[in-house]
Design a protein around this ligand. Structure first.
Ligand code: ADP
Ligand code: ADP
Ligand code: MG
Length: 496
């Protein structure tokens, strides 16, 4: 067993900071790497040492394995944490790190390779009693044959890139007439995004819920799951609201899914933190989608309900320790909700809205956690993912957690750019979300941009504020002694 003394974090933004915080609590020195766009970034300021690794585009900095390894050598780091995105699911990087005699905080290169390809992953898990979405087990190259398969699976179907990720490389086909065209598009998108044009067919689940399990394995063959996260509120097949636990799982289904998730991990001799994603249909049948071989963006909701610091556990597992608990020792408490605060405009099709954080005030108080990498006055760089922050609320019950989230969103003050906060507030108060009766089509079904721009409700609210302030003024002989703020901060900003 080798204790880690100095950790290099090969990432940026909130996740780099989040990892370094845990490392520091463990007495581990930290090294940041950064691109020229991130000179002033918080992760650079927080780290004990920092090394500039290149120009702003990720291909010239955060994706440069050679530069990152050089930085590790220069600073005498003995381990590398890849975070999520960037090189986190790159098996060559994991292998290079180990070959250089450093500890890679993640699974083996082999596990990453198997799970990095959705078809290879399906093949691996098929021997482990894990339910799969009906479809093809191999890449499709013969259109006539593929059409036959699509017909037997039944339309609508989904054409997916085997090497896909980040919600990219997916095409829904409603009718046979559209098959050829959609397949051509899927292949070209897969080739340009992932450098691998292989695609396959899956039945398109029409009222799908995305439910994933956090799993953890050690290097001694032990694997457990840390319960589920529901991530059905998505735009562009990408998550924007997550929660734990899911409001629809019964203890029986949770147990069955948890066992399937552990089996997925066993199918590739997994160790470290991983996420097994499932899709669930309206009859609560679940099917394996893919495994993400890294720390997940939404891991904080799991930390809240289990009380376990997943990054610290990752470090200990990488050092060779055994899992400190068995499945039966694990329990969950309370309810956690996370919203992703993206610099995007929900009223304009969630298009990125990059700019400077003119004002930036985080919400505070009991049960609130903000993971971010920015401060007031900073500019969101155009080169990377436009996520500003993750806002996580924890309370005893689901309803209390949602109410806390609304309060926290109202307290969050961001001006200078549009964010997803208003949309997330809309989700939190929506009957479908509150009742638990929602699926991944929430945005298409329930969301119209108008609900965020000036609505009658908002005008009523404004009127109410105006009236009550007049009343106050009258009461106090024309002097206002109390300011009324019943409108949330993000709404006020929109009104200006
Ligand atoms: P999670 O399932 O943890 O929410 P996402 O799918 O949203 O993860 O991806 C996490 C991060 O990794 C995001 O920044 C996303 O843009 C990036 N990402 C994931 N897969 C890919 C990929 N294949 N190509 C490019 N970026 C990716
Ligand atoms: P990625 O690697 O891009 O994350 P996933 O396979 O995890 O790809 O799918 C991303 C999202 O796309 C899911 O969360 C879900 O919303 C949707 N999706 C994927 N497969 C299906 C399917 N067979 N039927 C319906 N929706 C799907
Ligand atoms: Mg996925």
């Amino acid at each position: 067993m080798k204790k880690i003394k100095k950790l290099l974090v090969a990432n940026r933004g909130e996740i780099a900071l989040r990892i370094m915080r845990s490392a520091r609590e463990m007495g581990i020195q930290t090294v940041a790497v950064y691109s020229e766009a991130d000179r002033q970034a918080l992760h650079v300021r927080f780290a004990d040492e920092a090394v500039c690794i290149g120009l702003p585009p990720s291909a010239e900095s955060y994706l440069r394995m050679d530069k990152i390894l050089e930085a590790a050598k220069l600073t005498h780091a003995d381990a590398i944490h890849p975070g999520y995105g960037f090189l986190s699911e790159n098996e060559d990087f994991a292998a290079l790190v180990s070959d250089a005699g450093l500890i890679f905080i993640g699974p083996s290169a082999k596990s990453i390779e198997v799970m990095g390809n959705k078809l290879a992953a399906k093949e691996a898990v098929s021997k482990f009693n894990v339910p799969l979405v009906p479809g093809t087990a191999e890449p499709i190259d013969d259109v006539a044959k593929a059409k036959k398969i699509a017909k037997s699976v039944g339309y609508p179907i989904l054409i997916k890139a085997a090497a896909g990720g980040g919600g990219k490389g997916m095409r829904i086909v409603e009718r046979e007439e559209d098959f050829q065209q959609q397949m051509d598009r899927a292949v070209s998108e897969a080739t340009s995004s992932f450098g691998d044009g292989s695609v396959f067919i899956e039945k398109y689940i029409t009222q799908p819920r995305h439910i994933e399990f956090q799993i953890f394995g050690d290097q001694h063959g032990n694997v457990v799951h840390l319960f589920e996260r529901e991530c059905s509120i998505q735009r562009r097949h990408q998550k924007v609201v997550e929660e734990a636990p899911s409001s629809i799982l019964t203890p029986e289904i949770r147990k069955a899914m948890g066992e399937a998730a552990v089996n997925v991990a066993r199918s590739c001799d997994y160790y470290g933190a991983g996420t097994v994603e499932f899709i669930m249909d309206e009859n609560l049948n679940f099917y394996f989608l893919e495994m993400n071989t890294r720390l997940q963006v939404e891991h904080p909701v799991t930390e809240m309900i289990t009380g376990i610091d997943l990054v610290k556990l990752q470090v200990k597992i990488a050092e060779g320790e055994k899992l400190p608990f068995k499945q039966e020792d694990l329990t969950m408490h309370g309810h956690a909700v996370e919203v992703r605060v993206y610099a995007e405009d929900p009223t304009n099709n969630f298009m990125p809205d990059i700019g400077t954080l003119k004002t930036y005030q985080r919400p505070q108080g009991n049960g609130i956690r903000v993971d971010d990498g920015f401060e007031q006055g900073m500019t969101i760089p155009i080169y990377y993912d436009p996520m500003i922050a993750k806002l996580i609320c924890y309370a005893e019950t689901r309803e209390q957690a949602m109410n806390k989230m609304i309060r926290a969103i109202d307290e969050y003050e961001i001006t200078g750019l549009e964010t997803t906060l208003g949309f997330c507030r809309y989700v939190m108060q929506h009957e479908a979300f509150r009742s638990g009766n929602f699926d991944t089509k929430f945005v298409e079904t329930h969301f119209k941009p108008e609900v965020l721009t000036s609505t009658p409700v908002e005008e009523e609210e404004l009127l109410a504020v105006a009236l009550s302030s007049i009343r106050e003024r009258k009461k106090n002989n024309g002097t206002i002694h109390q300011e009324q703020h019943t409108i949330s901060k993000w709404k006020q900003n929109r009104l200006h």
